[in-house]
Design a protein. Structure first.
Length: 279
């Protein structure tokens, strides 16, 4: 069948973003796309977004530019202690169960994966509550992996430097213990997570659309929060199925409060509205 009207650059762009990142951009988001790409249109001195998209889609070797586009198209909103009941569940339910299961031999090690980590607030929140549990006398070690598709966010997460307003949701006693300020004028109004936490939290690039994830297969807790909402239904199913293969038996998958309906997998049992356990 011949198409009478060829797909516009906007349509082709939305298809490209969908296939690269899983993010489905409905036609109604055209204004948002235009706004987010405006800086790139200006950087190239182009007339309009249409011209920019033509360049992006038709010129060869736009790989580096595509990386920038993905940074601009992703929504990276996050915060410390977002959906705080998840962190209570981590310390009050998951951690004691792991300690019980692993007995009294070697120091047990809890592995947590923040699978759409953005700039790291989620991973460092987990690190703070686990460090607190250690201070309270529980004997265990932990390792946290944060992954994201946005290189810009991964750079920020690795630096672990946050503005004071981003830290406003961190309780004062945790700020005193785990966040340090600097006399450096370049860091005025900012603070950095302490080395004790930074040593245990690593960040690296991972695209959830990839067929396989280079991640351990005995992860105790996966935080997959506020990212499934951007994906089409069949992509959500595929991502969840892959996630399950990385959970240890008895491991937990935690999703955002509006995402629990997306989790339909025979290997997972729902234990709270947004918390699933691998059987
Ligand atoms: C709204 S943030 C959520 C951050 C954090 N999980 C939270 O709940 O606060 C969504 C993150 O998912 C990332 N993301 C979107 N598509 C992705 C993909 N295909 N693979 C990996 N990360 C992706 C974005 O870059 C963004 O940082």
């Amino acid at each position: 069948m011949t198409l009478l009207v060829p797909p516009s650059y906007g349509d082709r762009f939305r298809d490209l973003i969908g296939s690269l990142t899983g993010i489905s951009l409905p036609a109604s988001k055209v204004q948002m796309i235009d706004q987010r790409l405006r800086r790139r249109v200006m950087a190239f001195g182009l007339r309009d977004t249409e011209t920019y998209l033509r360049m992006l889609l038709e010129d060869r070797d736009m790989t580096d530019e595509l990386r920038i586009v993905i940074d601009l198209i992703t929504t990276n909103t996050t915060s410390f202690f977002r959906e705080p009941s998840h962190f209570d569940f981590l310390v009050d339910e998951i951690l004691p169960a792991i300690l019980r299961r692993r007995g009294t031999g070697l120091t047990p090690r809890l592995k947590l994966w923040s699978a759409a980590s953005s700039e790291g607030a989620e991973a460092f929140t987990a690190a703070m509550v686990l460090a607190e549990a250690q201070r309270a006398g529980r004997r265990f070690d932990y390792a946290i992996l944060g992954t994201d598709i946005s290189y810009r966010m991964l750079e920020r997460a690795t630096a672990a430097v946050y503005d004071s307003d981003q830290l406003a949701t961190v309780p004062a006693h945790l700020l005193r213990r785990y966040v340090m300020t600097s006399a450096d004028p370049a860091l005025a109004g900012k603070a950095r997570m302490v080395p004790e936490l930074r040593r245990r939290v690593r960040f690296r690039y991972l695209n959830l659309m990839d067929d396989a994830y280079p991640v351990d297969r005995d992860v105790d807790v996966i935080l997959l929060r506020n990212v499934l909402i951007y994906f089409a239904a069949e992509d959500k199913d595929r991502v969840i199925a892959r996630m399950v293969t990385h959970l240890a038996p008895g491991g937990h998958l935690l999703v955002g409060h509006s995402e629990s309906m997306a989790v339909r997998h025979p290997g997972l049992r729902q234990v709270r509205p947004t918390i699933f356990r691998k059987e």
